[in-house]
Design a protein around this ligand. Structure first.
Ligand code: UDX
Length: 404
């Protein structure tokens, strides 16, 4: 396929055309430069420079408003640009990829597109096609999806998109627009709930002297439960789970079928990062002015993204105790620096640990998994608490986990 990326952000467009990825994602830079070399991809800020196209994917952000509902301003603006574009073009299919609540494609996107004077289902196609990839595993997930969900306004729209995906070896599920939209929200809400459930079990395990990872393994062997997304820790972060759960909760209120479970999930997840600070206080009752090594800042391994990262809440709490923070992250330091310019960003684990009174591990980076006792020798006290299951008991002694 020939792909044109359109964005209003000139800097992003410049970077893409230059072979630089605006975010860190394993394997993406190589893939981008290959596509550029083959002349199969370029970016532009000018949608009108595109002559004709078979598909237009809408992949703009859907941030939250203060009340948790989703802000559709980017969806509306992109739809208006597309309406203008399709006015003078032949039939193409518009595909909403952005995560939008049930009814958005039909009630928000479609009316804006039809302002072009063209009719959906006749003059242009319209689909909703949610994306389920995870950051840090984006390429692997994109190319090997568990399923492809195609919601179409009519059979022709859905058929054309199904053909586009014909090389993918995944079950394709065809639905209407709002069902496709809901599948995405229900999936994210379920995953967030699953993590929260195991975190609650983990909190109990901690008080009982049980390793929650053994409990999770025993649960996960039951096919009905499954072993995935049962990793207890300092809670889920990232740009999707909180935002999507909040948006679904707001929608549940709007349709007068208020979700109880989702508000509890959000509450528990808000408290979960602070568990590690409570543990730290148990070990270092006078936290005031202590030097704390923070290993891992990104919301998860494999990304430089810090959106909703538990590390943000934890660092803010430590700063209230006037702690000196020596942080280390292989990718996310530059992003965190914008938020906390005054903490220390170290170039290595060893620099971060040197002279520290305690160490907390907040992201499951592979390089942290290899740490052994000798790596912690330069600390003042060997107090190590992990918020993600990272360290190996065979290599490191005397550490504890937030729920294990
Ligand atoms: C998520 C969904 O998984 C993905 O399908 C959707 O398209 C976007 O949102 P992402 O946020 O990139 O993906 O990462 P994910 O792997 O789901 O992790 C989200 C957060 O949950 C991370 O902070 C992670 O550390 C945490 N997590 C994940 C757990 O605490 N325990 C787990 O078992 C799994």
């Amino acid at each position: 396929h020939d792909v044109v990326c359109v964005d209003i952000d000139h800097e992003k467009v410049r970077k893409i055309n230059n072979g630089e990825t605006p975010i860190y994602e394993d394997g993406l830079e190589g893939m981008l430069s290959q596509a550029l070399q083959k002349n199969k991809l370029h970016a532009t800020t000018d949608i009108d420079s595109i002559k004709e196209t078979d598909f237009i994917f809408v992949a703009v952000g859907t941030p939250s408003k203060d009340n948790g509902s989703i802000d559709l301003k980017y969806i509306e603006a992109a739809s208006a640009d597309i309406a203008n574009f399709i006015k003078s073009r032949t039939y193409c299919t518009v595909v909403v990829k952005s995560t939008v609540l049930p009814e958005t494609t039909e009630k928000v996107v479609l009316p804006v597109l039809e302002k072009s004077g063209k009719k959906a289902g006749e003059d242009f196609g319209l689909c909703m096609n949610p994306e389920f990839l995870r950051e840090g595993k984006a390429l692997e997930d994109f190319f090997n999806p568990d399923r492809i969900v195609i919601g179409g306004i009519d059979a022709k729209s859905g058929d054309s998109l199904e053909k586009l995906y014909s090389d993918f070896k995944a079950p394709i599920m065809r639905t209407d627009l709002k069902t496709a939209e809901f599948i995405k929200y229900a999936s994210n809400a379920f995953l967030a709930t699953k993590i929260t459930f195991i975190n609650e079990i983990g909190n109990m395990c901690k008080n009982l002297g049980i390793d929650v990872y053994d409990v999770a393994e025993g649960m996960g062997l039951d096919k009905r439960i499954g072993k995935h997304f049962l990793h207890a820790g300092i809670g889920f972060g990232g740009s999707c789970f909180r935002k999507d759960v909040e948006a679904l909760l707001a929608k549940s209120k709007e349709v007068k079928s208020v979700s109880k479970i989702l508000s509890v999930v959000l509450d528990i997840n808000k408290d979960q990062p602070l568990k590690i600070v409570h543990l730290l206080k148990k070990r270092l009752p006078d936290l005031e002015g202590k030097t704390i090594a923070v290993l891992g800042l990104a919301f998860k391994e494999g990304t430089d993204d810090i959106r909703d990262a538990p590390s943000i809440i934890i660092i803010s709490e430590l700063l209230k105790h006037n702690c000196k923070i020596n942080s280390y992250d292989p990718k996310a330091s530059n992003n965190m620096r914008k938020l906390y310019p005054d903490i220390n960003y170290c170039g290595s684990v060893s620099d971060a640990l040197s002279g520290s009174d305690a160490c907390i591990i907040l992201t499951g980076w592979d390089e942290l998994k290899k740490l052994s006792d000798k790596d912690f020798n330069n600390m003042n006290n060997k107090i190590i608490i992990e918020g993600r299951k990272v360290l190996s008991k065979d290599l490191v002694t005397g550490f504890e986990g937030v729920c294990w």
